[in-house]
Ligand binder design. Sequence first.
Ligand code: ASP
Ligand code: MG
Length: 424
Amino acid sequence: MAGTIVMKFGGTSVADAERIKRAAARIVAQREQGNAVVAVLSARGKTTDELIGMAEEVSVNPDPREMDMLLSTGERISCALCAMAIHDLGHRAISLTGSQAGIVTDESHTKALILDVRADRIRSALEGDHIVLVAGFQGVSSTGRDVTTLGRGGSDTSAVAVAAALGADVCEIYTDVPGVFTADPRIVPEARKLDRVSFEEMLEMAASGAGVLQLRSVEYARNHGVRIHCRSSFGSEPGTFVVPEGETMEQPLITAVTHSTAEARVTLIGVPDTPGAAARIFDALAGANVNVDMIVQNEPTTAGGRAEISFTVPREDLRVARAALEPLKGESYADLHKHEEMGKVSIVGAGMRSHPGVAAKVFRVLAHEGVNIEMISTSPIKISCVIDPDRVGEAVQALHSAFELDGEGTILEEESTRATRAEP
Ligand code: ASP
Ligand code: MG
């Protein structure tokens, strides 16, 4: 056998009967090359949104366990239909739920973490000359043995986890775009497709709004050394490979500009300036499973003064975050302000790690556009600015062109010339 390939098809790639047949044909083509093939499928089109809508029609606060029972059905439909289409192409195929496929998770309904993939059932089906279709986005909890789901976009993580368990040669993510771009092409028409991007960069990009891959899938791939090939399901050109850092070729200063308008900001006023204050606040948020992104806090400037802490969360988590903090009001903070409308632009690039002046350039570009920066946070390879959501498009365009991402990008020069160079 040539190798083992995991192919993941997103919702638009299996949206109707025609597309399911097309995905089936692509899967069969890989099998006919001699590969063992596992395909992980998402729910068709808007199915998951529709299922969430159904739950909201019958309950104001749907029970998370039942929510997972409901949401997991979307992916099962895709897999069963695709298996039927593959049978008609003359191949053996078997569909499996996440649970049947051995995807074991923790107990946190609607955003479960994969703990283990017990892939023996997949393996024996492959040995029996079957193409295996695994329902994405779901697993079974290790103690409760209930159906769990992995959070929106979770089929990417299912695919990577199955690829890791099987030691697959590659995890191909088939989607409705040709790969990972230097910016969202809907905002920046000149954005370029990247041939390769490192795990580290892709992690920062996924965390700062690039929608191509679920953040957790990239994390899982990095931790288990799974090569991801993100490509279009509508053509045969290669897409973007997500690989270890040493394997990316030239090193541009900046790799991509990302943005998000899906977050909200919370500011806590009157936080006591004593040890343990922040710990209590963020313990409460962690306990409620709220994913906090940026955190900003300054020491009060006057003795005995109180601090302010601001942080950002996915907008869909805002309600849960407020509820989790409510019991701490008075003791751990005096008042809570929320800003539901918030924009964020980020630039990501491993090249900035060793290159000064990048932050200054970002701020200059935004200043030139008249965009006010409300919060700033950085990592060694990312700079994010919270800005007015209405200005996000302009900010992304300006940064994309200032860092020359529409051309070759600002390529880092050799060490010898770098020393003599002014700011990038
Ligand atoms: N169907 C799920 C969603 O829409 C999971 C996925 O597609 O990856 O989020
Ligand atoms: Mg997706």
